[in-house]
Design a protein around this ligand. Structure first.
Ligand code: DC
Length: 230
């Protein structure tokens, strides 16, 4: 990584799904006019293309080849982040629950995590980066000037996700969704490669009883304390 990159400030936001990470990350990034890295979208896109190309999680050569050749692009639009693989829009295919499950399986593999590391670090571009995921503060940007770990109870996270998915025509049940969320979190927390854990210097915020605006205000106050010019 070049020195210029290293001087660019990074805000790391980690935590399990349904805590509001992605929403807070994009609100804070627009507030600061910084770049964003949605690392979950990267894992989702990688897993989607792997399955599409019949590359299984134990196919080391196939995974290595895919890491070298995969062409994923992110574009910010008025309706959110668009995810493309080789120029094809795959946003809807990767943003569903199956997409999260698939991503979590491939994200366990050290080779895949290592292979996607540089790609994430290259997003560190002036004037600053807001990165969200599971290991932003622990592994990808350990020198982030501020690390936030968002959490919330599993039932509340499931309810939030359910409301989001319902709008998109999801036909599953709340109970089924909660079970899947708990399973995916357990897989993310218990893996040996970059597990989902707060960095030792992260600030934990429980969003169970807080709305997005309240969490946003708290995060902005923390940023202003550390980056007086923000
Ligand atoms: O944030 P998300 O729900 O889009 O992430 C999907 C999966 O990708 C998540 O269950 C685990 C994996 N992931 C990861 O292992 N490390 C990250 N930094 C981001 C996501």
């Amino acid at each position: 990584m070049s020195e210029a990159h290293q001087n660019v400030p990074v805000l790391a936001i980690d935590g399990p799904s349904g805590t509001g990470k992605g929403t807070i990350a994009s609100l804070v990034a627009s507030h600061l006019e910084w770049h964003t890295l949605d690392s979950g979208a990267l894992y989702r896109a990688f897993a989607y293309v792997a399955v599409e190309n019949d590359v299984s999680p134990d196919d080391v050569l196939g995974l290595e080849k895919l890491i070298r050749t995969i062409n994923i692009a992110f574009t910010q639009t008025d309706t959110g982040l668009k995810i493309a693989a080789d120029g094809r829009d795959i946003t809807d295919q990767v943003r569903c629950e199956a997409g999260g499950k698939r991503a979590s399986i491939f994200a366990k593999i050290p080779l895949v995590r290592q292979g996607l590391l540089d790609r994430q670090r290259r997003m560190r571009v002036a004037p600053g980066l807001v990165a969200d995921g599971r290991d932003m503060g622990t592994v990808v940007f350990p020198d982030a000037f501020l690390k936030i770990f968002l959490d919330a109870s599993a039932s509340i996270r499931a309810q939030r996700r359910y409301n989001q998915l319902k709008e998109k025509g999801f036909s599953g049940t709340l109970r089924g969704l909660e079970k899947e969320i708990v399973e995916r979190d357990a897989q993310d927390r218990n893996r040996s490669a970059s597990p989902l854990i707060p960095a030792s210097d992260a600030i934990a915020l429980d969003t169970s009883r807080k709305g997005i605006v309240e969490v946003f205000d708290e995060v902005v106050t923390l940023i202003e304390d550390r980056l007086p010019a923000a």
